[in-house]
Design a protein around this ligand. Structure first.
Ligand code: AMP
Length: 219
């Protein structure tokens, strides 16, 4: 079997990483690993990890690196990740990026590309506050640009849609600050490693997807 493909989607909250990662899953068969979804699953099951994570998530802060790295590494070791992974929301700090590099070096794995989905802050705030998602399958909708077929219901499984607690305006602002302080430095980190590709995330979902696929194919 060929080497698994590992892609990172980098970008601020609301840039569309989750939507794009779901489509990459359908198109290229890569498993979508979203650290935020893993934390939310733990929160809803009230695991010890979930209780710890919730205290950070509610404030728009990052969960500590060590627990985040352990959770993501356990996830990508599962058999459904054998063909490859699209990381969404991970890594989010330089320490996480270094931990991922070290783990990949130990295991003989290679990152294929890091695709930055670039969107300016005003648009991010607009998108995040219009975002609703399905608590069953994690599908994400936007009431303005990507509404569900039936108002308030998931297209796939008819579950009533919910708004995330951390998509409230004050928390959104804090999450964007945290992105600029702690995650944006990864742009330089991966550029220096020769892995960074950039796409304009302010286009339609289809246009962004086409550019991401092109960026991966050229990597
Ligand atoms: P997201 O769904 O990616 O916006 O993540 C929601 C929240 O989960 C973030 O605001 C953080 O509190 C937490 N989180 C998700 N991914 C990470 C990560 N890689 N490192 C630390 N905290 C994270």
């Amino acid at each position: 079997m060929s080497q698994p493909t590992y892609i990172i989607l980098l970008g601020a909250p609301g840039a569309g990483k989750g939507t794009q990662a779901e489509r990459l899953h359908e198109r290229l068969g890569l498993t979508h690993v979203a650290s935020g979804d893993l934390f939310r699953e733990n929160v809803s099951k009230q695991t010890p990890l979930g209780l710890l994570a919730k205290s950070f998530m509610d404030k728009g802060e990052l969960v500590p690196d060590d627990v985040t790295v352990r959770m993501v590494m356990e996830r990508i070791a599962r058999p459904d990740c054998a063909r490859g992974v699209v990381f969404d929301g991970f890594p989010r700090t330089e320490a996480q990026a270094r931990a991922l590099d070290a783990a990949f070096a130990r295991e003989g794995k290679r990152l294929r590309a890091v695709v930055l989905v670039a969107v300016r802050d005003e648009m991010l705030v607009e998108r995040l506050t219009a975002r609703w998602s399905c608590p069953t399958c994690n599908a994400v909708y936007n009431l303005l640009s990507n509404p569900p077929r039936v108002a308030g219901q998931c297209d796939r499984d008819n579950t009533p849609l919910v708004q995330r607690d951390d998509d409230k305006p004050e928390t959104v602002r804090r999450r964007l600050e945290v992105y600029h302080q702690q995650t944006a430095p990864l742009i330089a980190y991966y550029r220096a490693a020769g892995l960074l590709r950039e796409v304009n995330g302010a286009q339609s979902i289809e246009q962004v997807q086409a550019q991401i696929v092109q960026a991966i194919e050229e990597a």
